[in-house]
Design a protein around this ligand. Structure first.
Ligand code: MG
Length: 165
């Protein structure tokens, strides 16, 4: 018989990408206009990449690079939302559901606040949980280091998984 603590798992994810002005910016499955995109093999959605790693980490199912290798041409320009949907299906198949998610996106610009509600709605849909279970916070790095110099963007994320009833 499981004890109470065996019915929840925590996972942590991190991702960062350099800006690439020639691409559109997609974060949390939402396109953000008038901002440089992110250099990547896929669409560069660093928020979704960090979420995928947090989910896989919580379930001890490896990492995003194992599941969706950037050496595989199938993932060139990939819609990261589709990769997240696949990761969520794996989490569900392993007997877990998403309890809640909390993410911090670090960049000097653009300001993310106007897009946070749209991202929460999209992510809640992809993660099969309520919008109230999704938190996305934007921070600057106060001008420090490469992120602060505006060279790119970084994301930290934690998720809680609960065992399916
Ligand atoms: Mg990435």
């Amino acid at each position: 018989m499981m004890c109470a603590m065996e019915r929840i798992r925590i996972g942590q994810g991190y991702d960062s990408h350099r800006f690439d002005a020639n691409r559109p910016l997609v974060l949390g499955g939402v396109e953000i206009p008038d901002a440089p995109g992110l250099k990547a093999h896929s669409d560069g959605d660093a928020l979704i990449h960090a979420i995928i790693d947090a989910l896989l980490g919580a379930a001890a199912l490896g990492d995003i690079g194992q599941h969706f290798p950037d050496s595989d041409p199938a993932y060139r320009g990939a819609d990261s939302a589709q990769l997240l949907a696949k990761a969520v299906a794996e989490i569900h198949a392993a007997g877990w559901t998403v309890g809640n998610l909390d993410a911090t996106v670090i960049c000097e610009r653009p300001k993310l606040r106007p897009y946070v509600e749209k991202m929460r709605a999209r992510l809640a849909n992809l993660l099969a949980c309520a919008v109230g279970d999704i938190s996305i916070k934007g921070k600057t790095n106060e001008g420090m280091d490469a992120t602060g110099a505006g060279e790119g963007l970084a994301v930290h994320c934690v998720v809680l998984l609960t065992a399916q009833a």
